[in-house]
Design a protein around this ligand. Structure first.
Ligand SMILES: Cc1ncc(COP(=O)(O)O)c(C=O)c1O
Length: 308
């Protein structure tokens, strides 16, 4: 990760090193925050934020679910002003390819009661590059994690709540320890849910399958984009329950996420997927996705928010 110059904090641009919170902030101790990860692509018309409206919607909805009021330093924010703040942060920093807005209970508090604890809004811009490593396009290795994807009874599975990511961190560590790049997390039913920070797709019997929204997944913004792109390319996409058996015996498997973009999978738990090389369907979908995100294909210009 490469740092940038400024972090947008509660309405002000502060130097990276000066963006600090107290050790007793509620979010640090209890995970009471909501965040997003958003990509910025270079286009012929300058930097563009990919699907800003959808990410801002999920962020604001997540805060509503957590009961976090959008009041920072006494100023009330809403969906529109959250989007404007994200744009301002990107505009202030050169070389941004990834933005991480985070709204969290920053007030100093001991005890679980979040009611009345003041919140802060931080927007960090970085240069991330390839999240799963520069060789990810050649195929990544997955393991199946022993940790379960937290479901709807454990918290708002449809929002990116800071505290919910403990299971993802445990699973990611498990994957790295076993020499893999990512971990598949199963849901309470034992079905394939998703990876630690990505949704999962597979191609089998001539169709594309991906775990349905009810399978304890995050309804990824990239997932939605890839479903649309795949349908436009003429593929049938089925959102359903996916088992480990189906995943392991698929012809192609790939991950989607804002950070990972589209990452082909070449093995799961040491079993080779397809011919052990990135599949042609995920490659074609990825190529089309990149054209759209970088403004080369104008079909989904509505997904781009130009910064300048
Ligand atoms: C658990 C989880 N699943 C899936 C995704 C992919 O979602 P998106 O495409 O919106 O980045 C993410 C990343 O945000 C995630 O954290």
């Amino acid at each position: 990760m490469e740092k940038t110059e400024f972090i947008w904090l509660n309405g002000k641009l502060v130097k990276w090193a000066d963006a600090k919170v107290h050790v007793l902030s509620h979010a640090l101790n209890y995970g009471t925050g909501v965040f997003e990860g958003i990509r910025v692509y270079q286009t012929p018309k300058g930097p563009a934020i990919f699907r800003l409206k959808d990410h801002a919607r999920r962020l604001v909805d997540g805060c509503a679910m957590m009961g976090i009021d959008l009041v920072f330093d006494g100023k009330q924010y809403d969906y529109e002003s959250v989007m404007k703040a994200i744009k301002d942060a990107v505009r202030a920093n050169k070389n941004t390819d990834y933005v991480k807005p985070c709204i969290f209970l920053s007030g100093e508090e001991v005890g679980l009661n979040p009611v009345g604890v003041p919140a802060s809004f931080a927007i960090t811009c970085i240069n991330m590059g390839a999240y799963l490593g520069k060789d990810a396009d050649n195929g990544i290795k997955l393991i199946t994690s022993s940790w379960q994807r937290p479901d709807y009874l454990c918290g708002p599975a449809g929002a990116k709540v800071n505290g919910s990511y403990v299971a993802s961190c445990l699973a990611k560590r498990e994957a790295i320890r076993q020499g893999a790049n990512e971990a598949v997390m199963l849901n309470r039913e034992g079905h394939v849910a998703e990876c630690t920070g990505e949704n999962l797709f597979m191609f089998k019997h001539g169709k594309i399958f991906t775990p349905a929204v009810g399978e304890s997944i995050l309804q990824g913004v990239t997932r939605g984009s890839i479903i649309q792109v795949a349908k436009d390319l003429g593929y049938e996409v089925v959102e359903t329950a996916v088992t480990r058996f189906e995943l392991t015996t698929a012809d192609e498997v790939w991950l989607t996420g804002t950070a990972a973009e589209v990452a082909p999978v070449t093995s799961v738990d040491g079993r080779v997927i397809g011919n052990g090389k990135p599949g042609k369907i995920s490659k074609a979908i990825h190529a089309e996705f990149r054209k759209i995100a970088t403004g080369e294909d104008h079909k989904y210009d509505i997904w781009l928010d130009y910064v300048n």
